[in-house]
Structures are given as structure tokens and as C-alpha cells.
Design a protein around this ligand. Structure first.
Ligand code: BES
Ligand code: MN
Ligand code: ZN
Length: 493
């Protein structure tokens, strides 16, 4: 099943040494000098209750204070829980916005190696919601199909707070990030266009938004020739899911969130080699991010109008597959020469962005695992931001910053536009050679957003990891769900 696990999230209501839980988490800061530390807040209270044991371990260097490093202390007789996990928070005067999600996630991940039902967190991290989300994310792994899981998600998470709004917000974000990760981690034999579209309907019914699904007949009627071409090689028919959430007033402009939902990318006739294809179940991460964000936005009842659109196709090879040299008729009317069937994401998004414009979107964000070139430019952990509207980009970049999700702008100079000119059609679907490939892809998308303020987020790097990190298992990361919710909130303010 793709619904994320149901974890119970509550307040602790007791001191760290007294709380009834399987494990307790506290945090310690690094000092200004080497080997120095700062022991304050709940960690200091716990230290007092056990007669200074944590301070001694810090002094002897047994407890790591570096960011996201976790030390477990077992069998303290003065503590009700069996395990105390001490997580390093790094230097107190250099706290960055990545800390809440990551430090809480690191502690959770370190404790999830064996079954622990109740875990209580006493961490001085703000925004608390991101920390709560991190604690839910850190204990959930990608081993959904393993008989012996590597990570055992907690049943109950307690946080030391009386801010019930932040606690609830964190729970909603944790469930949304969990939903996105779960969808991305599911392989293409389980998640394909029809089953993904069904998820949109199911999630919408539970969270409070409407999902309309366009099938092949409707897509044909709507002239979505670009999206339909990509789907031709697959036995799985394509879908477009349109999710409408109305939390604002009628006159409030709608925000469109658009996601690339290629449920498997073989490359088509421009076939990928095996190593490049093996992770391509992740090529619907943009769509999964949009669905996760829609779930959170609707559940939190944010006072905004949001339309989520996900273009769902499988890019395959067969006798019916689209070919190099084919000229496609996009919904907008622009003709597209196909010179590489592996540059399929932009073909799908071209029509979906045009539908968003037709629906009256006045602000747009698209998310896509669009180019390997973006990973070459910015690495595995940073998303690329590209725009036709600098002010709108700064809103999105500020939200990413607030949530501690690394993102960096790439330029949209006109010379990149020159590269997608075609000899036979209005445009072609690749640039001249591979240099600047993330930007030529974005310039292609820009052809379909008209003048609507739009930000493109290329998440090819950060959405899927081959290795675990301290605070999250490998596989899907659920990145940018929190950022999208933050953007929606900033519009409601
Ligand atoms: N889905 C891929 C991009 C990708 C690569 C995502 C690595 C995640 C990890 C996309 O459809 C693709 O194949 N892009 C091509 C474009 C090229 C043919 C112009 C690429 O990046 O090589
Ligand atoms: Mn591709
Ligand atoms: Zn792709």
C-alpha cells in the first residue's frame, strides 16, 4: 500500500528522566573552542537527574557534539526509558535552517534499528514542525518489501512542547513527506499512470480536495499530443490528474503545482544503459511531491486556492513508441521535433503546464526529475531553480531556505533559448550538445508557461539517493514537500 504509516504524535508532559517511553532524545551543542561543549535545556536537566553522567561523557569525548551525530547511552537506573540518545547539534552560534529536520531525523534513524514503540524528543529546534517531521521521516526506511526491515518506524512519537499547532503541523508534514517517499520508493510494477491517478483520488477524498482524472480519450480530445507521444511505447495508458483545493476566497488567484510523473523512464528508443535505468522508478518524484504537498495543504486547511497537476506516463520501447524525427503537436499549438526520446519529461510537462495556464493559474511551480545535467551542475543534494520571474523565484527560494532544503538558481539567458530552435518545427526537444542541459530543458518549458510567473525546480539530484544519510535512509527523500507547503502558507499570509 502507498499510504504512509500512521504514527501517533503527542506532547511528552513529563521530564526527560521520568517520561514513559522506550527511548529519550536530548541534544548537545558544540562549544566555540575545540572539544568544548554547551550542555543546556532538557539535556542539562537530564544530566542533573542522573548525577552528571552526560557531562562526564562529554568531557571524555564519548559523546559527539558535531551536527547530526548520535550517541546512545543504555541502562541508566535514574531514567525511566531504557535508552538515552544524545544528538549533536553543532555550534549554537552557527545554526542553519537544515538543523531541525536533520538533527531530529538523525536521532530517530539511530533509534529505529530495532523495534521501539514510544520515543520522546526533547530538542530545542525551531521551527518545531520541521523537527517533528524529521523525527517521523528518520525512522521510516526504504525497505518496504523486506521481510526483515532495517528500520522499524515508531508507533508513537512524543515531543517536549505545548505548541499544539506546531506539533500538528509537523505531523501533517511528516505524513505528507512519508506519502511522497512511499510513492517514489514503490517500483514501476506497482506505481504506473493509472495506479498513481487512483492515489490522487484516494488522497483527495481523505484530505479534502477534488481530483479529476483525464484518460487517453480525454487527453486526445484536449490535443495533448506532446504528452501522448511519450506514452505511445507503453502498454500502460497515460493519465493527467488535476487536483483542486479551494481554501481561499473566489477572487484569490490560484497557485498551480505541476509535477513530472514519468512512472518509469527507459529512455524510449534513445534507450538508457542499464545502470542509468535502474533507478528510473524515481522519475515520478515531481508528481509525488505535488501529491504530498496537496495532502498537507488540504489537511492544514490553508487559506489558499491551489491546483495540483500531474502528468503521468511510462516512457518505454515498442513497435508503437515515438521516434526520433517525429514532430509532435503540443496542446498549446507549438510543434516539437523529437531528437531524443529520453528528453521526455519536458514533453510531458509542456502540455501539463499549458493546461495549468488554461485553468487560470496566476503563479506556477513545476517539480521534475528533469535532467542529469542539473546533477552535474549542482550535485546530488541541491535542486536547481529556474524562472521567468525573479520576484516569484525569491518567494520560492525563501521558502526552501526556511525549510532547510538546499536549492540554487541557474541563469535563464537567451542564448540557451537559441539552442532549441528546430529546422523543421517550432522547437526541438534537446539543446546543441550536453552543456547547460538543465537550462536548455528549462528554456523549453518556458515556451509553454506564457507570461505566468513560474519557477521550475529540477529535483533530479536530491529526490532520490543511492546511499543513506545520517538523518534519512537511502531512496526517496520527499524533498520540497515542506517547501511547497511553506510557499502556500506565505501566499495565505
Ligand atoms: N529522468 C531523466 C533525468 C534524470 C537523470 C533523473 C538522473 C534522475 C537522475 C530525464 O528524462 C532524462 O533522461 N534526461 C536526459 C536529457 C537529455 C537526453 C537531453 C539526461 O539528463 O540525460
Ligand atoms: Mn529521460
Ligand atoms: Zn525522465
Amino acid at each position: 500500500s502507498s499510504s504512509s504509516l500512521k504514527m501517533k504524535i503527542t506532547s511528552t508532559g513529563a521530564a526527560p528522566h521520568e517520561v514513559q517511553a522506550d527511548a529519550v532524545v536530548v541534544g548537545v551543542w558544540q562549544g566555540l573552542e575545540k572539544d568544548d561543549f554547551v550542555l543546556d535545556g532538557p539535556a542539562a536537566a537530564l544530566d542533573d537527574a542522573i548525577g552528571g553522567g552526560i557531562r562526564r561523557l562529554l568531557e571524555s569525548g564519548e559523546i559527539a557534539t558535531a551536527e547530526n551525530k548520535v550517541t546512545k547511552i543504555l541502562g541508566l537506573s535514574e531514567v525511566a526509558a531504557h535508552v538515552v540518545a544524545v544528538v549533536g547539534l553543532g555550534k549554537q552560534n552557527r545554526v542553519s535552517s537544515t538543523l531541525p529536520f536533520r538533527a531530529a531525523g538523525a536521532a530517530a534513524k539511530a533509534l529505529a534499528g530495532q523495534k521501539r514503540h514510544r520515543v520522546a524528543f526533547y530538542l530545542p529546534l525551531r521551527p518545531l514542525a520541521d523537527a517533528v517531521c524529521g523525527s517521523m521521516t528518520g525512522c521510516q526506511g526504504q525497505d518496504i518489501y523486506r521481510t526483515e526491515p532495517k528500520l522499524f518506524p515508531f508507533d508513537e512519537i512524543l515531543w517536549d512542547t505545548d505548541d499544539s499547532d506546531q506539533l500538528r503541523r509537523g505531523e501533517v508534514l511528516g505524513n505528507a513527506v512519508g506519502l511522497t517517499r512511499n510513492l517514489v520508493n514503490q517500483p514501476a510494477n506497482e506505481i504506473y499512470p493509472e495506479s498513481f491517478a487512483q492515489q490522487c483520488v484516494t488522497v483527495g477524498t481523505a484530505a479534502g480536495f477534488q481530483a479529476e482524472v483525464w484518460d487517453e480519450a480525454k487527453l486526445t480530445e484536449e490535443n495533448c499530443g506532446s504528452l501522448l507521444a511519450v506514452a505511445k511505447g507503453s502498454d500502460r495508458p497515460p493519465r493527467l490528474a488535476i487536483m483542486r483545493y479551494r481554501g481561499g476566497t473566489d477572487d484569490q488567484f490560484p497557485l498551480a503545482l505541476v509535477g513530472k510523473g514519468v512512472t518509469f523512464d527507459s529512455g524510449g528508443l534513445s534507450l538508457k544503459p542499464s545502470e542509468a535505468m535502474s533507478d528510473m522508478k524515481c522519475d515520478m518524484a515531481g508528481a509525488a511531491t505535488v501529491l504530498g504537498a496537496m495532502q498537507a495543504i488540504a489537511t492544514l486547511k490553508l487559506p489558499v486556492n491551489v491546483v495540483g497537476l500531474v502528468g503521468l506516463v511510462e516512457n518505454m520501447v515498442s513497435g508503437r513508441a515515438y521516434k526520433l524525427g517525429d514532430v509532435l503537436h503540443s496542446r498549446k499549438g507549438k510543434t516539437i521535433e523529437v531528437l531524443n526520446t529520453d528528453a521526455e519529461g519536458r514533453l510531458v510537462l509542456a502540455d501539463v503546464l499549458n493546461v495549468a495556464v488554461s485553468l487560470g493559474a496566476e503563479r506556477m511551480i513545476d517539480l521534475a526529475t528533469l535532467t542529469g545535467a542539473c546533477v552535474v551542475a549542482l550535485g546530488k543534494h541541491t535542486a536547481g531553480l529556474m524562472t521567468n520571474h525573479p520576484e516569484w523565484l525569491s518567494v520560492v527560494a525563501q521558502s526552501a531556505q526556511n525549510c532547510g532544503e538546499p536549492a540554487w538558481e541557474l541563469p535563464m539567458f537567451d542564448e540557451f533559448r537559441q539552442q532549441i530552435k528546430s529546422d523543421v518545427a517550432d522547437i526541438k526537444n534537446i539543446g546543441e550538445g550536453r552543456w547547460g542541459g538543465a537550462i536548455t530543458a528549462a528554456k523549453f518549458l518556458e515556451e509553454f508557461v506564457d507570461e505566468v510567473p513560474w519557477v521550475h525546480i529540477d529535483i533530479a539530484g536530491p529526490s532520490f539517493a543511492d546511499k543513506p544519510r545520517d538523518w534519512i535512509d537511502g531512496g526517496a527523500s520527499g524533498c520540497f514537500v515542506r517547501t511547497l507547503v511553506d510557499v502556500a502558507e506565505s501566499l495565505g499570509r
